[in-house]
Design a protein around this ligand. Structure first.
Ligand code: PNS
Length: 166
């Protein structure tokens, strides 16, 4: 039987435990989950694409049906190139919904054979985002319950080096 593949796209700058929770849930539903790291030169990332991929690789190494790829095209083109039929998006709160609904309609207009499926992370991560993590870390707050350990360490190191250069 044909394998059901899903793509889980994002900037992952950096990956959070909320993202990892969603990847893990997706692994229980789909045969293959491809985490698609967006390389968007117009969006200034704190971590390089290689670093972002490395953090996800480390955090998902126990999950046998996950792979991680970088993409720089339209998401629908990438999904089709890897043979995925589903795009997974995380919904944390109602505030995510407007934007995600718009994106899902645009992606459907661009590729009608792809379905977007929404999944909710565990409640404990419902307020966690990469942006909030960076802000807390920049103010020396405790992010240990929100990101994998290597991300926590790398984030404080990166922010310290940015401050040194300032
Ligand atoms: O984690 P993010 O930054 O919210 O992820 C956004 C992402 C990467 C999923 C979105 O920007 C995306 O799909 N980018 C690829 C370009 C594309 O296909 N855009 C959709 C049509 S506007």
């Amino acid at each position: 039987m044909e394998k059901l593949k899903a793509v889980y796209p994002g900037s992952f700058d950096p990956v959070t435990l909320g993202h990892i929770d969603l990847i893990s849930r997706s692994c229980g539903v789909f045969d293959e989950v491809i985490v698609a790291v967006a390389d968007n030169p117009r969006k200034k990332a704190l971590f390089t694409k290689e670093e972002r991929v490395g953090f996800i690789q480390e955090a998902t190494k126990q999950m046998s049906n996950v792979s991680i790829k970088v993409f720089e095209t339209l998401l629908v083109k990438f999904a089709s190139s890897v043979g995925a039929k589903v795009i997974i998006k995380g919904l944390r709160a109602v505030s995510d919904f407007d934007y995600e609904l718009q994106m899902s309609f645009i992606n459907r207009r661009l590729a009608g054979d792809l379905e977007t499926m929404f999944m909710m992370p565990s409640e404990e991560y419902s307020f966690v985002s990469s942006t909030i993590i960076k802000e807390i870390a920049a103010l020396n707050g405790d992010i240990s319950s929100m990101v994998p350990k290597p991300v926590e360490e790398a984030l404080f190191t990166r922010l310290a080096s940015l401050n040194d250069g300032a």
